[in-house]
Design a protein around this ligand. Sequence first.
Ligand SMILES: [Zn+2]
Length: 86
Amino acid sequence: MLSSLREECPCAVCKGEEIMGVRYTFGIQIMKPGMNELTMLQPTGNYAVQARWNDGHDSGIYTWEQLRSIVEKHALSPEQIQAMNN
Ligand SMILES: [Zn+2]
């Protein structure tokens, strides 16, 4: 379940970046130990949360809207969402 969240990481490294209308992906996804372990979920302003993963990756900032659509897409249960916050 957390791996779904990691897969949907919206940062430029994971999702690529659009420069002058061209999408560049740096997203060669390397499996790292701990990459699907969430170490911190910190609110950023009042519109987003920043996720820090156990492999040190912390550039993913999810807006509440993105979080919500990830939850809906993967049909996470309230218990699973609760577990992310522990
Ligand atoms: Zn990322």
